[in-house]
Design a protein around this ligand. Structure first.
Ligand code: ASP
Length: 349
């Protein structure tokens, strides 16, 4: 069965190549007890990247996958699992979420995150937070402890810190590669580059030499647990060089993150496009109408969004998954209770 579905997946890959979408997918037969999919952001990581870059992505993805696999094996609910997987990705400096977040044009960091429990339609999100080590934990607290769905800015920071979330200084988010990426963006847009971030660097931390790095690397996770529940979570530093105050699709339910009893989806890419088209809701709705996650995501990425806008991971209630992107790369992992453990950066492999 696995061989046949794997061949089917390869055929789909070839078919998708013709329309400029890279994908990995496999129908789950028989239905696995649990399934996990995660992404490390749509982008254009060069295929000839040095080993340390490739290993950095793969290790970050593997570590997060291992967290999710352990929790799902323990029988934990999907909503807990997606949160903990995203925490692991937020703590890695390689991804554009938590520790490695990109810079705003003003030289600071503003982070967005959202979580949704498909079994209850409960959801929580934070936008434009500046002092939280793990914005996804704050999103979870908004869902669990408030009557609201989205908190933004200072109110979100203060609420989460009062509720026990780890507080950090803006300099916690600093990485040289993101600082150079900001300055490249500013130069390309005829704006003067910054000499330093908008905050003081911690003692001993210096801006290391430039290396050509590509922006991207928002993180997300979807899961089906042993109880049959679906959940989704997404976290990001947003777009490189974004305006101070800009909020993207990630914390907007239905745009960058969505889950119901039919489908869970997490998106990454140009947030304005995902918001305009409520991309993740559209995927879930198509799945509810009977489409496979593969077809629903492909439709959304190629017929609704523009080629190059981004990528989406999705899972349905039968454990059928897809991870697709119309950009050059999207680090991702797919794992399930049958022992599947697939990790990739470029989906053609
Ligand atoms: N979608 C994110 C945003 O627009 C960025 C990304 O996925 O790279 O904020």
């Amino acid at each position: 069965m696995r061989g046949r579905s794997l061949r089917g997946a390869l055929a789909l890959l070839v078919a998708c190549g013709a329309i400029g979408t890279m994908s990995v997918a496999e129908s789950a037969e028989p239905k696995p007890r649990w399934v996990l999919v995660l992404h490390g952001g749509a982008g254009s990581i060069p295929g000839d990247s040095p080993d340390d870059i490739r290993n950095g992505y793969e290790n970050g993805i593997r570590q997060a996958m291992d967290v999710g696999v352990r929790l799902l094996e323990e029988g934990r609910p999907a909503v807990d699992v997606v949160a903990e997987v995203v925490v692991s990705l937020e703590d890695s400096p390689i991804f554009n979420a938590g520790k490695g977040s990109v810079f705003t044009a003003a030289g600071g960091h503003e982070l967005d995150a959202c979580i949704m429990d498909g079994s209850t339609m409960g959801s929580g999100a934070v936008a434009g937070v500046k002092r939280l080590k793990n914005p996804i934990r704050a999103a979870r607290l908004v869902m669990d402890n408030t009557r609201h769905l989205l908190l933004a800015g200072d109110g979100a920071d203060e609420f989460a810190i009062a509720a026990g979330c780890d507080e950090v200084d803006q300099s916690y988010f600093f990485t040289s590669r993101r600082f150079h990426a900001l300055n490249r963006y500013l130069r390309e847009n005829n704006q003067p580059p910054l000499k330093s971030p908008a905050y003081a660097l911690p003692k001993g931390v210096t801006i290391e030499p430039d290396f050509a790095d590509k922006p991207g690397n928002t993180v997300g996770c979807v899961a089906l647990d042993v109880h049959g529940n679906l959940a989704a979570a997404t976290s990001t530093g947003g777009l490189n060089g974004k305006m101070y105050g800009r909020v993207g699709d990630t914390p907007i339910v239905g745009a960058g993150t969505y889950a119901n009893k039919f489908c869970a989806a997490s998106g990454t890419g140009i947030g304005e496009q995902f918001m305009r088209h409520t991309a993740c809701t559209k995927v879930a709705w198509l799945v509810e109408q009977g489409q496979s996650t593969q077809d629903a995501v492909e439709h959304c990425l190629t017929k609704v969004l523009n080629p190059g806008d981004g990528g989406i991971i999705a899972i349905d209630a039968n454990g059928r998954v897809t991870a697709q992107s119309t950009t050059g790369s999207m680090p991702h992992a797919i794992a399930d209770s049958s022992g599947r453990r697939d990790i990739g950066i470029w989906m053609e492999k």
